[in-house]
Design a protein around this ligand. Sequence first.
Ligand SMILES: Nc1ncnc2c1ncn2[C@@H]1O[C@H](COP(=O)(O)OP(=O)(O)OP(=O)(O)O)[C@@H](O)[C@H]1O
Ligand SMILES: [Mg+2]
Length: 448
Amino acid sequence: MKEESIGALKTALKYSPENIPLRLQLAELLLRKGELKEAEQHCKSALKYAPGDRRAKVLLASVYYLTREYSTAIVILEEVLSEYPKSVDALLLISRALLADGSKMQAAEYYRKALDIEPGAVDDELDEHLRLPAHEGLSAFEDDDYDDDDDDYDSEDYAFIEKPDINFKDVGGLDDVKKEIDLKIIKPLKFAELYKAYGKKAGGGILLYGPPGCGKTHIARATAGEIEAKFMNITIDDVLDMWIGNSEKNLHELFEIARNNKPCVMFFDEVDALGASRSDMRQSSGRHLINQFLAELDGIEKNNEGLLILGATNAPWHLDPAFRRPGRFDRVVFVAPPDEAARVSILKLMMKGKPVGKVDYQKVAAQTEGFSGADIAALIDLVIEDKLEASFSSGMAQSISTDDILKVIKKQKPTTREWFNTAKNYALYANESGLYDDILNYLKIKKA
Ligand SMILES: Nc1ncnc2c1ncn2[C@@H]1O[C@H](COP(=O)(O)OP(=O)(O)OP(=O)(O)O)[C@@H](O)[C@H]1O
Ligand SMILES: [Mg+2]
């Protein structure tokens, strides 16, 4: 799940508000992100256009389940099931809602029905509470698709471990962030003995935050490449898996795998989902997971040496402050949209290996204020589509010029501004100990 895909879906919806699958995809992403109010609105608008839509109803019920409005969720699901009695996701969800609502017997009945239809639809939490025969626990990672194009690892278990072949040179701009990562986590790894000699403890991680598409994931991957470490890209949602009760086990397993693959950069994406989970999920299970996560970070039980911890979020303000204590994500670093000089280097990086004529990068950079790295990539894609078309008709690869880029520049809108609208408020009104001063500096706003 990506913030950029949320942005893209929103944009697409502006143009085709009646596109139900699109709207529901957005609702689902928002739901997974814990943006329940917004998810609810999108489900409701979808139902306005398509009153009978099954998926919209199930999603809406999920929202109510998460906001603990169990009876509302149950009513909606009963309606769905009267029309689609074999809908396994509705069966599981209603079972969960009934269980939470104290109707254990009914919950068990629906759960049994779900398993009859789809024996693989095992849910540990339901199993545990409803005491149905135990099933083999399914690891959330066994059948997940990780967008990992590196096949070097033969062990299936490690399918989501990468060995990145990019390094800091592949990251345009972000010099401060590179420096921070170098000082805080690369140097302590390279010069571990020296650090020890001075009694300086290595450890702790960096939390990267900022608008979507500006290189948080990219620089995390490049960090691993920089020190030839392995890279684990872990989306908290994968761990959290709200519908399967074995998140803690998943999390522990991940740390174990990382420890067996040192040096390793563990990159936790969307860490704010953990913070959100605490208020949105049933308190106890959410807190369990957070505690487990913090314990793993602290390495109380085991040694974390050789593990580099990076996290990323678009919404640092949703994160539990306990995450920022020493030894955890004790550096919080702003990943800003690229300035003009950085845009020049990103443009150059992205044009590498493409048929390029004479391009005035400075001129292009000057006209792409507010663009994220991802926006620049999208812009280049547009240029290339145009060029391909032209090359088809002429039968020759045509080189890209400044004008080619300027011609399509209007088609690509900068996507970082929206984020700052929200961020600004936190920076102005919830800026404890100057945590978000970088945002104010970026916006050239004086502190209130
Ligand atoms: N500074 C940069 N240098 C080079 N490429 C960049 C840079 N920033 C972004 N990109 C390009 O844009 C793409 C999107 O960036 P990335 O996925 O790292 O953003 P992100 O900050 O993690 O966004 P999100 O918050 O949506 O997860 C990258 O795959 C990369 O190609
Ligand atoms: Mg990312």
